[in-house]
Design a protein around this ligand. Structure first.
Ligand SMILES: Nc1ncnc2c1ncn2[C@@H]1O[C@H](COP(=O)(O)OP(=O)(O)O)[C@@H](O)[C@H]1O
Ligand SMILES: [Mg+2]
Length: 275
């Protein structure tokens, strides 16, 4: 009798190991019933969207559907636009970023952003990357040197610039400038990187480099990327949200969105029937 129990116990614990649930991904952002108005223009409508850590989340949809508005809301850059109103909630790591005591500076140290057009400062490559850490009070030259190297390596541009760190960033190609802007983002050790059509101004080879980089970066960061290039979304993202007229029509695993969408409008969009 005892022996049987022992046996059963053993079998049970073995099964338990086999059936151990995969470590659930944590939500970085939870958006609940978000609405946004520019004056009378209702630009975001009842958005519900959870974004998971260490994933690439792509936001696709036709021009003017609210993609940029949405990602600018995630770091509260949107509040720089006069006349903007929001309702609903965006939680970042469990705290509503619209709470009156939420310090926007704190959010910005956690959430970096890369824009459509590379926008380096008119300063040296080194200074572009060291700028953020300096603002955060880091003065030690050795530490700054380390941060600059680590960030440039992280953005896969170190080998191309290591011998010209003190030359002006404007001397770099567009693709290099964009990777420099990514390095500038990494220098503040963010948690999330927001990218708004980061490759739309780049040539195909630079685009490929940035896409490869995004794949690499998701090991350490959570990435949200707006793209109107559906092949890009299919290539590099884990999840895809399809926006249309300020609404999320469908949000799912990227594979599903591109192979078996649930909504007719998604299907029409990804097959190029409008856009
Ligand atoms: N700064 C702004 N002021 C007023 N309306 C804006 C502003 N930015 C965007 N909009 C409007 O909000 C809607 C969504 O725009 P946007 O988020 O830029 O779309 P997308 O990035 O998908 O092209 C559009 O109707 C656009 O005209
Ligand atoms: Mg846009």
């Amino acid at each position: 009798m005892n022996i049987t129990i022992e046996k059963e116990k053993k079998t049970f614990s073995k099964d338990e190991t086999v059936n151990m649930p995969k470590k659930e991904k944590k939500a970085v952002y939870e958006t609940k019933q978000l609405n946004l108005w520019y004056g009378d223009n209702h630009a975001l409508k009842n958005i519900d969207l959870d974004i998971y850590e260490n994933e690439v989340t792509a936001i696709i949809g036709p021009s003017g559907c609210g993609k940029s508005t949405y990602i600018k809301t995630l770091n509260r850059m949107i509040e720089l636009v006069p006349g903007v109103r929001t309702s609903g909630e965006i939680s970042y790591r469990g705290r509503n970023i619209f709470d009156s005591d939420y310090r926007v500076e704190e959010l910005r140290t956690k959430v970096g952003m890369v824009f459509q057009k590379p926008n380096p400062f008119p300063k040296s490559i080194y200074e572009n990357v060291a700028y953020g850490p300096k603002i955060h009070g880091i003065r030690d030259k050795k530490i700054l040197d380390q941060i600059v190297e680590k960030s440039l390596r992280g953005a896969a541009i170190w080998d191309e610039v290591k011998d010209r760190l003190h030359t002006n960033a404007y001397g770099l190609s567009g693709g290099q400038q964009q990777r420099l802007c990514i390095a500038r983002c990494l220098a503040i050790e963010p948690d999330v990187i927001l990218m708004d059509e980061p490759t739309s101004a780049l040539d195909p080879i630079s685009t490929l480099k940035v896409e490869e980089l995004v794949q690499e970066l998701k090991k350490n960061f959570s990435i949200i990327i707006v793209t109107h290039n559906m092949q890009q979304a299919a290539r590099i993202s884990d999840k895809t949200a399809f926006f249309l007229n300020g609404e999320v029509v469908e949000y799912s695993d990227t594979n599903k969105i591109f192979s078996n969408p649930s909504d007719k409008r998604t299907e029409d969009y990804i097959t190029g029937r409008f856009g």
